[in-house]
Design a protein around this ligand. Structure first.
Ligand code: DX5
Ligand code: ZN
Length: 226
């Protein structure tokens, strides 16, 4: 089985969203390889954030090898895949609860040669994503209710991470497992120990006095990852 590379993903909304390009550059300068971009429609979650235009502006101002990972918290994600592909996102994740045709959306993202992720809210059982695990690149386990940064980590979600990691091993699959919400050095380490390798971190990251050393500290969790 492929060794899963640990990645810390700063989440844009944890920094100054009004200066999105500068906030993205802070992540680049700190040594992160990926930026997490939360897209909300005010319906699937009770909040609004950014759309493809701002994401495109960020793309124009960060290095080519710095990946943009869009987390769509919107209904009908199929209507927006092409737009996010066009502005240069490498990874697109949508929610299993947000569309009736999950397989079609996953196939569509992969057909566009993008990394396809499927997310699940805290109340959604992990069984709902199982039928798709052979056909995706990443599962995002929400560790808070989606919609807002700065909430507390829901420890019981680690069980979902463990189930997914066991499934991955049992069927010799190689999807990444991502956690999103309430990640700090403690909850990040616990998540990695449970089997996660992609850590999204918003408010905690951008509050750090030294962003580069925070990236290095998260990266050091690779030693305990499976
Ligand atoms: C919440 C978003 C998260 C958010 C996490 O709906 O999906 O990506 O940025 O923020 P923190 O790390 O502050 O919980
Ligand atoms: Zn997110």
């Amino acid at each position: 089985m492929k060794k899963h590379k640990l990645e810390l993903e700063p989440s844009l909304i944890g920094g100054d969203l009004g200066n999105a390009v500068a906030t993205a550059k802070q992540a680049v300068d700190a040594g992160a390889n990926i930026l997490h971009l939360d897209v909300m429609d005010g319906l699937f979650v009770p909040n609004l954030t950014i759309g493809p235009d701002i994401v495109g502006k960020i793309r124009e101002n960060v290095p080519e090898n710095f990946h943009l990972d869009v987390h769509l918290m919107i209904y009908h994600p199929e209507n927006f895949i092409e737009k996010f592909v066009k502005v240069g996102c490498e990874e697109i994740t949508f929610h299993v609860e947000a569309t009736e045709d999950v397989r079609h959306v996953l196939d569509y993202i992969r057909k566009c040669n993008r990394y396809a992720g499927l997310a699940l809210k805290p109340d959604t059982p992990v069984e709902l994503v199982e039928p798709y695990l052979k056909d995706l690149d990443k599962v995002l386990v929400m560790t808070v209710e989606p919609g807002f940064g700065g909430q507390s980590f829901m420890e019981e979600m680690l069980n979902k991470v463990k189930i997914l990691a066991n499934y991955r091993k049992k069927y010799n699959l190689d999807f990444d497992i991502q956690v999103d919400g309430g990640i700090n050095f403690d909850t990040g380490l616990q998540s990695v120990q449970a089997g996660a390798n992609r850590l999204v971190c918003g408010s905690f990251f951008y509050k750090q006095p030294d962003l580069a050393s925070a990236v290095r500290k998260f990266d050091s969790f690779q030693e305990v990852s499976s």
